[in-house]
Design a protein around this ligand. Structure first.
Ligand SMILES: Cc1cc2nc3c(=O)[nH]c(=O)nc-3n(C[C@H](O)[C@H](O)[C@H](O)COP(=O)(O)OP(=O)(O)OC[C@H]3O[C@@H](n4cnc5c(N)ncnc54)[C@H](O)[C@@H]3O)c2cc1C
Ligand code: SF4
Length: 438
């Protein structure tokens, strides 16, 4: 009897621990498999840029990498399948690289692109200058993601620019900074600190990609040094707080950023400088800093009235469109998501215009939602239609031989984008396409 009690005393906790371990392990496997299956079904299988490649011959399945990924709380990025780590949410990976650091057996390599999808990385010297002397690159465009890297590179690149422009030249500006994401914003502060004659233009708004994060996204970053103001101490911060902080710095320091101005062309001048053509003018400058990130520029429709303030290329907050007549143009996932989220806001009348006769490029989930909302009368869909012109209070849309004038307060154009690599090539900057290499 005494022996049986003793055995039970040891056996019960051991069996309990074993059962807990098996349950936990099975749960992790299920989560990993489900995420990978879902990503594959939705075609979300290509990581945008830097991401881990896991050598399954070496991986010992310790799960350290899964636990270390800072994005994991928001979405599944890494997961366990058959006791090995896998990238189960490839499009959710933003290249933190925390997984590589914690792997005890060096099973992880951080690579750009995959065998199926190449990623263009411009060639940049250690001083951030490209093969075109006088044109510099900082931030994610150069390949390294993350806010802290962009801030650091924006600051350092301006140090190199300051050396270059210390020699006399005949251009209006010392440096022309393109983009006001973390890299361009920091570069602008550094240019002000170094008393350079600069101009910063941003086609959209302060914050770059950060401004496009989902509402209240927890931004993970490391403390970084901002010129003039000192340490940016955040480690974990909501997107809105970070943008407000940058806005406050912008106001306090008096730096100047021209918003809603987009650079369309850069060409060399005989004096060694550059002519920069924007949507609002032409400038001559000794040097150019490309801090344009990797998202590219939205494709325009090229119709009369497109320059009006009511036209936007991305929806930041659908609630801004409450009580408005909104036209969404496009047939991809972002157009369908824009149309349905705006249509859910109170008092909106949403029209979705697409030039083809079906939404064949969009995910089934989005197509079904559009069909449902259209059937319920919450969204009007105009297939095989083209926007002809945008006017005050009205948009003109052609449907075959007929042109219909629709009441309108806002236009959202989601017609795809022009990738930065295409722009770089027009400027003569060499890019290397990486197919899953470091
Ligand atoms: C969903 C998501 C979540 C992320 N989460 C994090 C995170 O938690 N922590 C972190 O550290 N990083 C995160 N990142 C990565 C981070 O956002 C980027 O690495 C960082 O914003 C890069 O900064 P950047 O200044 O190089 O480029 P961007 O932030 O992309 O800014 C580039 C700017 O240039 C402008 N521009 C482009 N072309 C032109 C033109 N022709 N004329 C004028 N302006 C132009 C754009 O409008 C844009 O504002 C995340 C990225 C994504 C997509
Ligand atoms: S940290 Fe390394 S060994 Fe551990 S699961 Fe991830 S890849 Fe495998």
């Amino acid at each position: 009897m005494g022996n049986t009690i003793q055995i039970l005393l040891y056996a019960v906790p051991i069996i309990g621990i074993l059962a807990w371990y098996i349950k936990r392990h099975t749960h992790k496997e299920t989560v990993g498999l489900t995420s990978l299956r879902q990503a594959t079904e939705e075609g979300l299988i290509e990581p945008p840029t830097l991401h881990p490649e896991i050598d399954h011959r070496i991986c010992i399945g310790c799960t350290n990498c899964v636990a270390a990924c800072p994005e994991q709380d928001a979405h599944q990025v890494l997961g366990m399948i058959r006791k090995k780590a896998h990238l189960v949410g490839p499009t959710n990976c933003i290249g933190h690289g925390a997984c590589k650091t914690v792997c005890p057996v060096n099973a992880i390599t951080l690579v750009f692109g995959t065998a199926r999808r190449g990623v263009d990385i411009p060639l940049v010297n250690p001083d951030f200058q490209t093969n075109v002397p006088g044109i510099f690159i900082a931030g994610e465009l150069g390949g390294m993601g993350l806010i802290r890297n962009a801030v650091e590179q924006g600051r350092q690149a301006m140090g190199s620019v300051a050396k270059l422009v210390s020699k006399a030249h005949q251009n209006d500006l010392d440096i022309f900074i393109i983009g006001a994401g973390p890299a361009g914003f920091t570069a602008t502060l550094a240019a002000t600190e170094s008393k350079l004659r600069y101009r910063t233009v941003e086609q959209e708004q302060l914050g770059g990609t950060v401004a496009h994060f989902p509402r209240r996204k927890l931004v993970m970053t490391q403390p970084a040094d901002l010129p003039i103001v000192g340490k940016m101490k955040f480690k974990e911060v909501q997107k809105e707080t970070l943008i407000d902080y940058w806005r406050e710095v912008e106001e306090k320091t008096g730096i100047e950023i021209n918003y809603s101005e987009r650079v369309d062309a850069i060409s060399p001048l005989p004096n060694g400088g550059f002519s920069v053509v924007t949507s609002k003018g032409t400038y001559s400058t000794r040097a150019v800093l490309l801090s344009i990130g990797r998202r590219g520029s939205p494709r325009k429709l090229g119709v009369p009235g497109e320059e009006m303030d009511k036209v936007v290329y991305r929806v930041i907050d659908p609630a801004e469109h409450r009580n408005q007549h909104v036209l969404v143009v496009g047939g991809g996932d972002s157009a369908l998501e824009a149309a349905t989220t705006i249509a859910e806001e109170a008092g909106t009348t949403v029209t979705l215009s697409y030039r083809s006769d079906a939404f064949s490029r969009a995910k089934p989930k989005n197509r079904q939602l559009v069909e449902k909302m259209a059937a319920e009368g919450r969204l009007r869909v105009l297939l095989s239609s083209n926007v002809k012109s945008i006017r005050d209070g009205i948009v003109d849309i052609s449907l075959g031989d007929v042109t219909e004038s629709v009441q309108n307060d806002a236009v959202v154009i989601s017609a795809g984008g022009i990738l930065p690599s295409a722009f770089l090539k027009t400027v003569g900057i060499h890019v290397e396409t990486k197919w899953g290499s470091e």
